[in-house]
Ligand binder design. Structure first.
Ligand SMILES: Cc1ncc(COP(=O)(O)O)c(C=O)c1O
Length: 404
């Protein structure tokens, strides 16, 4: 299968075909599941516009995508829409992230869950494969990484080390990384769960994953490498196709993407992807009432989320999506050229759509007026502008004029 642009008619017939392959609670006698279509008094199924609305129809039919669909068996009640989720995983891992062959993955609640899923798998991998003690396992990531890493460390009861970055370039401080690895090893850490960023939340900065892999390999430590592309996964592979944060890099074990950020899908469309042979470390064998195994953090999840991502990807196709990202880059270029003229200091990763301005150039009232987000609300050092679909040059002009 290759990622293709499809007409809206083809998209409709594919989604309605998939729904036909799911169980139909309206006219089939299904007695044993705690599931049904949406409440009919509130969400009518017979309104005419639903015939032309595959996503809304899926919401009303309410398929459950519990468990994992990329390997083994899964709930046969919803096999039609499970197939669509499998296609999304394939497009993301093969076409967007340059993987060859088969990958495991699922649509998670968001980037937080997808990152935690990776960390959960690797924690269990080190325990099962190397009989590691929980105190010997540690997450390592940059100080610009998302706070979901700390959440995962807390929930999974393992350590975390955040490595310093250069204040202006936002690149990993290699000396600090070396010092941290040394210090961790002195404290008995033997196994590292590395998170490299494909565009950070505040700066859009991108890590060089080789810095981690080279150092850890040289020092002889076991490690697993996860890429957090929650923000950048639907941006960076199009803006900078030649990069090392994808499955063509054999050191990369797993990747998070969020369709509910740059791809403008509904919330609940984080995507977790990993190489084969890993997902079983997150298998809950006690999930015996679920057909197939459950290798995910979340339990029940809406199949409409998979449909939404598939529809977005199929509406654009690879070229259309590339153009969407190019437009955002061009608008960002416009903004940066204005800031340069005003001699305002900012950080922008090459070709990204996040511009992070040093706080000394902005009064907090101005930042508030335009909804700019600070790095922290107590003592802001930076404010970011994110050039999303609704952020036009016309939207940026008033801010630039006020900066003048
Ligand atoms: C880089 C990065 N990782 C993870 C997350 C967490 O994503 P979510 O809010 O979907 O859980 C975010 C959210 O902004 C992010 O920017």
């Amino acid at each position: 299968m290759k990622w293709k642009k499809l007409s809206s008619e083809d998209i409709k017939s594919k989604i309605f075909g998939a729904l036909d392959n799911n169980v139909n609670f309206y006219d089939e006698n299904i007695l044993g599941v705690p599931a049904s279509h949406l409440d009919g008094k509130v969400f009518q199924s017979d309104v005419p516009f639903l015939k032309d609305a595959p996503y809304l129809s899926t919401l009303v039919r309410n398929p459950n995508h519990i468990g994992l669909h990329t390997s083994g068996s899964s709930e046969s009640f919803f096999k039609g829409t499970h197939e669509i989720e499998k296609e999304v995983i394939k497009i993301c891992s093969n076409d967007i992230l340059k993987g060859e062959g088969e990958y495991d993955g699922y649509i998670a609640s968001g980037g937080t869950e997808a990152n935690m899923q990776a960390i959960w798998i690797y924690r269990n991998y080190f325990i099962e494969k190397f009989a590691a003690d929980i105190n010997q396992i540690c997450i390592i990531c940059s100080e610009d990484s998302h706070y979901s890493m700390n959440k995962a460390a807390n929930i999974l009861n393992i350590g975390i080390r955040r490595i310093k970055v250069d204040n202006n370039k936002r690149t990993i401080d290699e000396q600090d990384l070396k010092a941290n690895i040394y210090e961790a090893s002195q404290k008995g850490i033997k196994y590292f769960i590395v998170i490299a960023n494909m565009m950070t939340t505040m700066f859009g900065s991108v890590d060089n994953p080789d810095i981690y892999s080279n150092l850890l390999k040289e020092s002889g430590y076991e490690y697993k490498l996860h890429i957090d592309g929650a923000y950048g996964g639907f941006f960076y592979p199009f803006s900078q196709p030649e990069n090392k944060l994808n499955f063509s890099n054999l050191n990369v074990d797993s990747i998070t993407l969020d369709a509910h950020k740059m791809a403008q899908a509904p919330y609940g469309t984080g995507i977790f992807l990993c190489r084969k042979g890993l997902i079983q470390f997150a298998s809950t064998r006690e999930a015996s009432y679920v057909e197939g195994e459950d290798n995910t953090i979340v339990g029940s999840r809406s199949g409409a989320n998979a449909i939404a991502v598939w529809m977005i990807l199929s509406t654009y196709g690879p070229n259309g999506y590339f153009e969407k990202i190019l437009v955002l880059q061009n608008r960002t270029d416009w903004l940066c050229s204005k800031l340069d003229k005003l001699s305002i200091d900012y950080f922008r990763e090459k070709k990204s759509n996040i511009v992070t301005i040093k706080a000394e150039h902005l009064k907090p009232e101005l930042a508030n007026k335009y909804g700019l987000v600070p790095d922290n609300h107590v003592n802001p050092k930076w404010y970011k502008i994110v050039i999303m679909d609704h952020v036009l040059i016309e939207s940026l002009e008033p801010l630039v004029n006020e900066l003048l």
